[in-house]
Design a protein around this ligand. Structure first.
Ligand code: ATP
Ligand code: FE2
Length: 340
């Protein structure tokens, strides 16, 4: 039994994952309880994901309380992802949060999911003022703090890097999430190579100024497969090209801002090859690269609890009329009043 009774609960439901997490009265994070929809075929359907979240919510929340030997009355605040994300999924999380908050009569805090990825990373890695490379399914952004906001210095102009990997994987019959499988196939292929060409097969350049675009790379990778290329070598090349593009704009952001730390976040930040490429780039610039533990890279309720805790300390709560979701909430829309 953990002897403290002022816990902030965080509820994450932006897309494929429903997750409940906690931070204690010092803001210390505890691993979340999560469940992810894994469709047998096709992509994530927002309504089906929302139904999954509704069906699983009760048992997941109960498991969390049991694991930490808590009663609902130990919860002193409830935080949830207000956006961005899939409308039906976000609505389920918001409804659960409103329900728990009103039942327990504790504050409700709607938070920005993207900013939560950033704050858990800063907390876990001990970075002070990093450039952030936020690489997830739906988002790919390079971000830096400036005058009270996390500013987006560059981002994808079409699809998120994770969606690109998942879609390419799906076309090869690999179920969601495809990113980790592509990583495995690429690593296995590399092991078979006596003389690996680090560049791999030719694919289009994904950098557009300070922005990125991935759909051309994905189409070209599919064409290589259609023309008989080995799946492992295409996975390797796809990773190399897509990650090199991210690293390039992250490096430019470090150079423009003069910051010395790079921080990775989002599900694709689980990838070991991407982590290595970032570390190499940072080392060459006499900077450092950091990535939180994988359970805090993928969507998780703990990061939502942490940001809720931080915002509550700043005196911010969300009233019932303001508690609606915002599918298109942007990273730079949220005011950062806390110290960075
Ligand atoms: P956001 O709402 O922030 O865009 P998200 O809904 O995409 O988040 P995350 O859990 O942050 O959810 O990221 C999921 C993505 O991460 C999926 O596209 C998945 O394929 C990808 N991913 C997870 N692990 C790896 C890995 N090891 N290598 C590459 N991609 C990965
Ligand atoms: Fe996410």
């Amino acid at each position: 039994m953990i002897a403290m009774s002022l816990w902030t609960l965080g509820i994450e439901s932006t897309a494929h994952t429903l997750s409940f997490g906690l931070v204690d009265s010092n803001g210390t994070p505890y691993p979340a309880f999560s469940d992810t929809v894994r469709p047998d075929k096709g992509g994530i359907h927002p309504r089906e994901a929302a139904d999954h979240h509704k069906d699983i919510a009760n048992s997941l929340f109960t498991s969390l309380l049991e694991k930490y030997e808590l009663s609902p009355h130990d919860i002193s605040a409830v935080s949830y992802s207000q956006g961005p994300g899939l409308g039906p999924c976000l609505r389920v999380g918001a409804a659960i949060a409103r329900g728990i908050s009103s039942r327990l009569d504790v504050p409700l805090i709607g938070v920005n999911h993207c900013v939560a990825h950033i704050e858990i990373g800063r907390q876990q890695c001990g970075c002070s003022d990093p450039v952030l490379l936020y690489v997830s399914g739906g988002n790919t952004q390079v971000i830096a703090h400036h005058e009270g906001r996390y500013r987006v210095l560059g981002e994808t102009l079409d699809i998120g890097i994770g969606n690109m990997l998942d879609k390419f994987a799906r076309a090869q019959g690999i179920p969601f999430p495809g990113g980790p499988v592509i990583e495995k196939l690429a690593a296995e292929w590399l092991e078979t190579q006596h003389n690996p060409s680090l560049e791999g097969l030719e694919l289009p350049f994904a950098v557009r100024g300070m922005d990125l675009a991935f759909s051309g790379v994905m189409t070209a990778a599919q064409r290589l497969i259609d023309n008989g290329a080995d799946l492992g070598s295409v996975c390797w090349s796809l990773q190399e090209h897509a990650f090199a593009a991210c690293v390039e704009i992250a490096e430019r952001a470090l150079s423009h801002t003069g910051k010395k730390e790079l921080l990775l976040g989002g599900g694709v930040a689980c990838n070991t090859r991407l982590r290595t490429m970032c570390e190499q780039m940072a080392e060459e610039r006499e900077s450092t690269s950091h990535a939180p533990p994988r359970m805090y890279c993928i969507d998780n309720g703990t990061m939502i609890a942490l940001l809720g805790f931080i915002e509550l300390q700043e005196g911010r709560t969300t009233s019932y009329p303001e508690s609606g979701i915002d599918q298109y909430l942007r990273t730079d829309q949220t005011q950062v009043t806390w110290a960075v």
